[in-house]
Design a protein around this ligand. Structure first.
Ligand code: SAH
Ligand code: SF4
Length: 358
């Protein structure tokens, strides 16, 4: 059965017309759904129409499995979608900042990229999320957190579980839905999409003339090191990624952000010594880019993890060396660390406590 949240306004109008219902009801339904109103509570349409929607579409928002609150105000949700017999788990995070409130959404159940340090990829890809399923994360978190006094979601980052550009069509449809004026209406400029560096899809995304911010997870300044951290590096070289980033800038005039997680391997700097900082700066110097450093969030539920975060002096020395080489660079705070903040950790922990579903 199709998920009601997958439909855009034009498709909902078509469906109602085909059912012999005036199409103006589509706008009422679309707006109410995006505000987080359940079908049963859309009172400006008839009871019959509500019943028809429920008979013909899957209408439920995801179920909250657990909610964790950090001392810094971050809330992390483990959500589930029921897919026949199977329960699919995804994570979603709500962060409050002084400029607004951000929701970090998942785009896939699991991830097939298998990056060494990441919990989301540990069990591979289960399935893509549909556009409506990604949207429903935003709608649910907005509904749970917006009050008369507190603003709900103002910003979105596609940085939860999954590789957004590996689920290209659904993610593009999600972006269209979430920026729709009749819906939750988040500005594209307040949305950031993070990718592990799928070069052809970055170019395709640029060609769409998007106003969404692009973040590229680099994590290493050269191919030899990157291939040890991220399997996708065997497919696309660092040089190809930098070219794609420049192309994205030319097409969209949006500055590209490179994400770089600082890590030690067996206790010694792996990608975070001063020479590597200079190598990184040399790569991105000369075009409008920014480097966002983050200290590795070590996997607490993956036995045998050898990757750990560096000490503060090592991280600061890295950042100073990048800045002194003439490149804009900041260090991101690890928000929600005390509640297993990094992507996929809550899900991995939950799966570890569950019997196998296969
Ligand atoms: N798949 C996309 C988006 C999701 S991950 C991507 O890889 O870009 C979002 C960001 O969190 C990426 O930069 C990713 O490399 C980083 N990340 C994942 N696990 C992490 C961890 N344990 N510690 C620090 N950063 C992590
Ligand atoms: Fe997938 Fe991103 Fe995690 Fe890599 S870092 S496994 S691409 S979610």
């Amino acid at each position: 059965m199709q998920y009601l949240y997958d439909l855009n306004l034009a498709e909902l109008q078509q469906a109602l017309i085909a059912h012999g219902v005036p199409k103006f009801h589509a706008g009422q339904i679309f707006t109410a759904l995006h505000q987080g109103v359940a079908v049963d509570d859309i009172t400006n349409i008839s009871k019959d129409l509500r019943a028809w929607l429920k008979q013909n579409y899957r209408c439920d928002l995801p179920t909250i499995v657990t909610e964790k609150r950090s001392v810094d105000g971050t809330k992390k949700y483990l959500l589930s979608y029921q897919d026949g017999e199977r329960t699919d788990l995804i994570e979603c995070v709500f962060l409050t900042q002084n400029y607004g409130n951000t929701v970090c959404v998942s785009t896939q159940v699991g991830c097939r990229m298998g990056c060494q340090f990441c919990a989301s990829g540990k069990n591979g890809l289960v399935r893509n999320l549909s556009a409506g399923e990604i949207l429903a994360e935003v709608i649910l978190v907005n509904k749970l957190n917006a009050t008369d006094k507190v603003r709900g979601v103002t910003n979105i980052v596609l940085m939860g579980s999954g590789e957004p550009l590996d689920n290209f069509d659904n993610v593009m449809r999600f972006l269209a839905l979430v920026t729709s004026a009749d819906g939750i209406n988040i500005s594209a400029r307040n949305i950031s999409l993070s990718t592990s560096g799928l070069v052809p899809q970055i170019k395709k995304f640029a060609d769409l003339g998007t106003q969404v911010n692009l973040c590229i997870s680099l994590h290493a300044p050269n191919d030899v090191l990157r291939q040890q951290i991220m399997p996708i590096a065997k497919r696309y070289s660092v040089a190809e990624i930098i070219d794609a980033a420049k192309y994205f800038f030319q097409k969209t005039h949006r500055r590209v952000i490179f994400e770089y997680s600082l890590m030690l391997k067996d206790g010694v700097p792996f990608n975070c010594n001063v020479a590597q900082a200079r190598e990184l700066a040399n790569l991105v110097r000369g075009f409008p880019a920014h480097i966002n450093l983050i200290n590795l969030n070590p996997l607490r539920f993956a036995p045998g993890a050898v990757l750990t975060p560096p000490s503060r002096p090592v991280a600061m020395a890295f950042m100073d060396a990048v800045i002194k080489s003439g490149v804009s660079c900041t260090m991101r705070k690890n928000k929600g660390d005390d509640i297993d903040g990094a992507c996929g950790q809550l899900r991995l922990q939950h799966l570890a406590n569950l019997p196998s579903q296969s």
